[in-house]
Design a protein around this ligand. Sequence first.
Ligand SMILES: [Zn+2]
Ligand SMILES: [Zn+2]
Length: 325
Amino acid sequence: MIALILDRPGRPLREAGLSQKPLGPDEIRIAVGACGVCRTDLHIRDGELDRPKLPLVLGHEIVGRVLEGGSRFRPGDRVGVPWLAWACGACSWCRSGRENLCPNALFTGYTRDGGYAEETVADERFCFPLPDGLPDHELAPLLCAGLIGYRALRFAGDAERLGLYGFGASAHLVAQIARAQGRRVFAFTRPGDAEAQSLARELGAEWAGATTDPVPEELDAAILFAPAGELVPQALGAVARGGRVVCAGIHMSAIPSFPYELLWGERSVQSVANLTRADGEELFALLADTPIHASVETFPLAEAEAALDRLRRGSVRGAAVLVPS
Ligand SMILES: [Zn+2]
Ligand SMILES: [Zn+2]
């Protein structure tokens, strides 16, 4: 089976034929139908996240069909493979419903091989059953952009006026859920990114502008999807007393120092790390009643480098997804 291999961070992905691995007790082999391209892949590819498994197959937004193995699914079932590939179940975090913080966890497309390939192997206990209906490439972005975005939205509490900083794969899904929940959405993009601003307005944002524009009114919470540390004090300055700034990315440039008065008034800053299986079950249940539409640009598997480069330059409208031929 064909896979794209990262030999070393900073080097382009290389196409290679891999032989099939024998399956462990809880493992299933999956024919990949689509795999989303996440900003995290870019951070790993560019060497901004340390200690990846090497050589590595990237990709943790996998939708595919079960070929063989395990006992939970039948051959042909459609499953989703998310970022959390495995957690120990024994540590204090796992035992308190926070397997996302497990220090022993393994991650798809980072410390385990992922889905930039024709086939992948996953632990069935960490896969999600997916309904039929939507095509694979429209479901793929939900597996990380949707899930992490949803977890971040939960941490925004009952904020009515919600700022989304960075309007890409995750924010365009979160905006739709937030609107369905009756929240007001304000979208902040890179200066001059008219394309992302128009997508935000189409999806129900009542205001869309640049991060450098004056904020039209005070926000109750802000979620930062852009990996730019200077947005933290900026977003703190935009939220009202008691407001929360949620950092949804796995990597961010350094946060510049800022005056304490930006944090004063019981404002808070928090990060979101990974996801739990319960997050996925909750999101997929919610989507059964709240259909949301992923705006997707598909690329053939062999063009993963081009997709990553588009993401690096911020020129993907919505989410980029790889589709093996
Ligand atoms: Zn654990
Ligand atoms: Zn991701």
